[in-house]
Design a protein around this ligand. Structure first.
Ligand code: NDP
Ligand code: 2IT
Length: 452
């Protein structure tokens, strides 16, 4: 019988080995630490999981592809970017996960995202494996024609590696409906196949699911509502901080408002906006989705209730709830201390790993309900899986039906995380609950399928 402390020592050795074998990948190390540090109780309780090689296989991607992406800008200059697809784990279904286009992308970032995706996708219960991809291409300031040429070049290589039964990419930072359109067009042209299920996040008129654009933000608000319900509270009248102003942030703000909360902030890499009257979503959508502008334009056009704070941290604004929806490590220990001082009740992660480990610890210690991204933002990939189901059946569901499914899925994920945490003596700890529940599903499938 292995004790928890023996298991912890074995996991510590493995973490050291991960750092040696994957040098200069701090985000991947961070994600691996965050998961493995919570697994000791389940490995000690279920000896089959402690079998040599299981966790070692889980932290090693099944396949990693890195490729050159050459493209020409509008002046005819040639640029060379790097493309990635990390196919991490397919025990539960085809690799599934987004593509990120951002200058900060490198192999370690894609591996952290792919690793998180394994557990997130398992939590949805929908039969999807984990993967992630992207490029260090920066779409900011690029014309539509440049973005199209980049996407076509990217897909000219990526098409060899993906397919509706193999690997199904979607959007993430810098990849939205426009990019998915260009990527799908090039895939269809190269392969001469109408293979709708090869990408998700497609336009509603050509195979996309209704509510997919809204799903991550809506899902995160539903998860936050479930955490509050557990404490006898609801969203009505709660002031909320949202960071980012992209896909996830916009639909987080929309759902918060619909459920009676008051989202007062949004941000981008230039700074943040605080609007006492609550964010005017039509104005924000016009600036971000139509004009592809910066958030300071929001404050300029909104009038006296709003101001723009260049470079500041959105977390300094007093509020009841915080929903980080921009990028990794955007909420650090200082920010967490400020939130706690201002009486925050819940933090729910729309982004992937936005809260640093020290900040998570501080929030949990202070009794703040903390929803980790792999549970709280799983609504996006869940509706992607529903899009795949609709594509397979050559049908499309109504928005009401998709939203109803999304609501069930988010409530199920909340219940699963909550109950799993209780089962492993960590009541209220959604990090432990999400990691163990996701791990159990993947580990069971891996064990059943042998050493591969
Ligand atoms: P978008 O590209 O639509 O928006 C990203 C937003 O975050 C922008 O406002 C952007 O500002 C800001 N941002 C990005 N990087 C940084 C940075 N390094 N510093 C400051 N601000 C930054 O992306 P999404 O909304 O799709 O994604 C946001 C987060 O949600 C990511 O962590 C993503 O992995 C996660 N996520 C997304 C899902 C989806 O379905 N799209 C599903 C689940 C999670 P700027 O324009 O100035 O860079
Ligand atoms: O991080 C994520 O879950 C996503 N970017 C969405 C992935 C997907 O396949 O819809």
């Amino acid at each position: 019988m292995t004790t928890r402390s023996e298991t912890r020592t074995a996991l510590d050795h493995l973490l050291t080995e991960i750092e040696h074998r994957n040098p200069a990948q701090p985000e991947f190390h961070q994600a691996a630490h965050e998961v493995l540090e919570t697994l000791a109780p389940v490995l000690a309780a279920r000896p089959e999981y402690a079998e040599p090689g299981l966790v070692e296989r889980l932290v090693e991607p099944e396949r990693q592809v890195i490729f050159r992406v050459p493209w020409q800008d509008d002046q005819g200059r040639v640029h060379v970017n790097r493309g990635f697809r990390v196919e991490f784990n397919s025990a539960l279904g085809p690799y599934k996960g987004g593509l990120r286009f951002h200058p900060s992308v490198n192999l370690g970032v894609i591996k952290f995202l792919g690793f998180e995706q394994i557990f997130k996708n398992a939590l949805t219960g929908l039969g999807i494996g984990g993967g992630k991809g992207g490029s260090d291409f920066d779409p900011h300031g690029r014309s539509d024609a440049e973005v199209m040429r980049f996407c076509q070049s990217f897909m000219t290589e990526l098409h060899r590696h993906i397919g509706e039964h193999t690997d199904v990419p979607a959007g993430d930072i810098g990849v939205g409906g426009r990019e998915i359109g260009y990527l799908f067009g090039q895939y269809r042209r190269i392969t001469n196949r109408w293979e709708a299920g090869v990408l998700t996040g497609k336009g509603a008129g050509w195979g996309g699911s209704l509510i997919r654009p809204e799903a991550t933000g809506y899902g995160n608000v539903l998860f936050a509502a479930a955490m509050l319900r557990e404490r006898g509270e609801d969203l009505e009248g709660q002031t909320a901080l949202v960071s980012g102003s992209g896909n996830v942030a916009i639909y987080t703000i929309e759902k918060l408002t619909a459920l009676g909360a008051n989202p007062v902030t949004c941000s981008d890499s230039s700074g943040y906006v605080v609007d006492e009257k609550g964010i005017d979503l039509d104005l924000l959508k016009q600036i971000k989705e139509v004009e592809r502008g910066r958030v300071d334009a929001y404050a300029e056009r909104r009038g006296s209730s709003a101001r723009f704070v260049p470079g500041g941290s959105v977390w300094e604004v007093p509020a009841d709830l915080a929903l980080p929806s921009a990028t990794q490590n955007e909420l650090d220990e200082n920010a967490a201390a400020t939130l706690v001082r201002n009486g925050v009740k819940a933090v729910s992660e729309g982004a992937n790993m936005p809260t640093t480990p020290e900040a998570v610890h501080l929030l949990q210690k202070a009794g703040v309900a903390f929803g980790p991204g792999k549970a709280a933002n799983a609504g996006g990939v869940a509706v992607s899986a529903l899009e795949m189901a609709q594509n397979h059946a050559r049908t499309s569901w109504t928005a009401a039906r998709v939203e109803e499914e999304l609501t069930h899925i988010m409530n199920d994920i909340h219940t699963t995380c909550h109950e799993t945490a209780e089962r492993y003596d960590a009541p209220g700890d959604y990090v432990t609950g999400a990691n163990i529940a996701g791990f159990e599903r993947v580990a069971d499938a891996m064990l059943a399928q042998g050493v591969i």
